[in-house]
Write a new protein. Structure first.
Length: 160
């Protein structure tokens, strides 16, 4: 069952990349007491994610944060090394927190898992976007085939 508006974000461990290597971080730390925009992608360095999805959130980060958002986070079923490298490649700086869901725990716990086994990509995360306030989902959108429904532009409209 996919997580819905009104549901609490499950407590799972994720990772970020720091100058000193991977750093564990819990969803409780990320979401507690904060308004967070989080978007998920099937994979780092993939065509749509790299050309449109992540760049849109980087470009519109200031406008999104001006609407009262404390953190913008990108999550994918990749390891912290890959997410860190992708963040550097995309020049995210401190605009977007790159979260690694290396074992797909978050994707599975939220019902946002995407089975790409037949394409040799294993279990991934669906393309989604959420607004989360103090750990509670306020809105969620899941794309089926395109990214527009979960784009930064759509998020700006959803936050209005």
């Amino acid at each position: 069952m996919t997580i819905s508006a009104g549901d609490k974000i499950p407590s799972v461990d994720l990772a970020t990349m720091t100058d000193n290597g991977p750093n564990g971080v819990s969803t409780d730390e990320i979401f507690s007491g904060k308004k967070v925009v989080i978007f998920g992608v099937p994979g780092a360095f993939t065509p749509t994610c790299s050309a449109k999805h992540l760049p849109g959130f980087v470009e519109h980060a200031a406008a999104i944060k001006a609407k009262g958002v404390d953190t913008i986070a990108c999550i994918s079923v990749n390891d912290a090394f890959v997410m860190g490298a992708w963040g550097k490649d995309q020049k995210v700086g401190d605009k977007v927190t790159m979260l690694a869901d290396g074992s797909g725990t978050f994707a599975a716990a939220t019902g946002l898992e995407l089975d790409l086994m037949d394409k040799g990509l294993g279990k991934r995360c669906q393309r989604f976007s959420m607004i989360v306030d103090d750990g509670v989902v306020k809105s969620i959108k899941v794309d089926e085939g395109t990214f527009e429904k979960t784009s930064a532009e759509q998020m700006l409209s959803d936050l209005a």
